[in-house]
Design a protein around this ligand. Sequence first.
Ligand code: BGC
Length: 765
Amino acid sequence: MNPDVKQEAKLRETIRQLISQMTNEEKAALCSGSDFWHTQPVERLGIPASMVSDGPHGLRKQPDEGNGDHLGLNEAIEAVCFPAACATACSFDRDLMFDMGQTLGKECRAENVSVLLGPAVNIKRSPLCGRNFEYLSEDPYEAGELSAAYINGVQSQNVGTSIKHFAANNQETARMSASSNADERTLREIYLPAFETAVKKSQPWTVMCSYNKVNGEYASQNHWLLTKVLRDEWGFEGYVMSDWGAVRDRVKGIAAGLDLEMPGSGGINDQAILNALEDGTLDQSTLDTAVERILNIVFRYEKGRNEGGQEKFDRAADHKKAAEIAKQCIVLLKNEGVLPLAKEEKTAFIGGFADAPRYQGGGSSHINAHHVTSALSLAPEYGTVKYAQGFSAEADKTDEALSAEAVKTAADADKIVVFAGLPDAFESEGYDRTHMRLPDCQNALIERLLELGKPVIVVLHNGSPVEMPWAGRVQGIVEAYLCGEAVGEAEMDILYGRANPSGKLAETFPKRLEDNPSYLNFAGKAKEVNYAEGVFVGYRYYDTKNMDVLFPFGHGLSYTTFSYSNLRVEKKSESGRDGMTVRVDVTNTGNMDGKEIVQLYVAGRTDSVMRPAQELKGFSAVYLSAGETKTVAMELDERAFSWYDEALHDWYAPDGVYKIRIGKSSRQIELTCDVELKGKMPKKPYIDADVMIGDLLDYPDTKQYVDDTLIPFLSIFTGGKSLDECDEMEKSMLYYMPLSSLRSFAQMTNEKIAEIVEELKERVK
Ligand code: BGC
């Protein structure tokens, strides 16, 4: 046995010994927090309390025990605020996510925090969700890959993570009681895979269940979710904690797989657990298992802490890291030759966000930021800038004097940069937006500035897409999202070309809210939220409908240019089902070094089911000096071609030809090629009296039966011809004909039909 495995086994044995010495009162108490942020200690047995803290893009450690809150209200220690997930997702860069996670893990160690509450990976179903800023993407593959990298980074420091909010928590309206109603295919293909990938690739120490119900049952007591899918299917090994206050029926919850209740219930639920043990509604082994899972993590952290030594929280160094990360997240949405700015150009900075940038969102992730920089404060180091506030960054209030001053300042400049965005009150944890517009005062001022006839560049600070009525008339748009406390350095480096933009949108910007596929069902009525758009979320919908959007998923410009060539696919086996490597050469054809995000979409539309026109199944961030070429390799497995078949309760990729599409965005596909999957038996049809003749023709053994036995009865449709000789109409009539209709069309008795059903069942056994 290798020494690590041996040590791990020894630790597990010690934990079992401890459990055997614990009273049921102590066990029940351990299954909920001792206060807002700590697990329960058992001093007589040497079981320490363990601290957890938000997360995800910085450390929100509240040192004062009596003063904890989950809304970001009370004071936390000063910490470094990294870009929020809406921004980091635009990096499409696994290494960057790992690096940020690693830094956060070190900070946690320095502050003795055992679990960082993040990442938050819920899918951006609607641009209106108030918490989109904290979530990664509208695409589950991207969210899964990036969160796995982040988790591996944090956990490399022997600090745990809590991937959240499991699951289908895609709105803030009635978030503590609404039911997210989605069919299984939609859950499996869209709302669960980010969690699945993270569990399989990074084993987060903990998972946080969400507040909402999933198909009528609270996530906190949903056995299907917390045990069947999470543990039995995916192999999750850590413990599940509740979101803060998400527990409804504690006993049902623990039996469903919810190990730790946070923050605790003042002892009420401890008693409920004890009562349930007594009256037999809860097994002793279920309680012991929950305790064991919690202690495994508590002691894993303690062991690492004892061995790892003390870490120092170096805020200045981490601020620099936050700046480096932010630069790689900003997305250049539009550039008609106006960026980068030149030092000697007379530039007007307009808008309150230049001086007071919005760099993070409100709620539980709110960091007490160490050192916030603004573009304006750094301007003297970069260029020739004059500033006018124009509008406040805090409210939608037109101030005629401020507007007039802004127009006057701008009139004197060569270029106008408007620092716009959503004020804090427009989007936050706790509520959803009601529209997708910027404050009217900002749109109005942009219109006035456009009248000056000078180049206008808009820099946006927002956690989720906004409508841009002026998008076609401004010359430049920079999406800075909420890019953390080093927002100033990041924006100035991008604007003045000291850094080359490489961010790509992790979500579609629709032209208008009404275009969004969830529009008719967001945020639900009477607490029932029907995910009626199914798997057609984000670009899966817009691309399938070939609908015009403002900016597509994956879009982002650079100051250099890249060309793609030589796409090739190497299958690991003839069938293609054992994986394949897709390679493409990427050349930096411009004059500036830069990073490109190569995206791989699979188009796999089968006749038997509606599928999105294409789905992201690979991406790679590649840094290239000017003139340099590199080969990018991306791996695809069978899952990349599959859809989730509810009848099979499994993933399914039928034989056939699929398209590999390599692009710079979902709408800018540069190279394509075909790849064939083989070797899968077609699906067996489900046999009863209503099975259609067409379904029988899809499967070899039942097709044989149709050819040999049924065709003679079907001459009313075939006119005695063979199937191949039939015309389209005859074929369709036949294909859609249920077996039971032979009663009317072939005067077949019920007994005969039943006999045929039995024979067919034999064939598909
Ligand atoms: C949020 C979680 C957060 C927790 C603790 C909840 O309201 O939904 O994301 O981790 O509070 O602050």
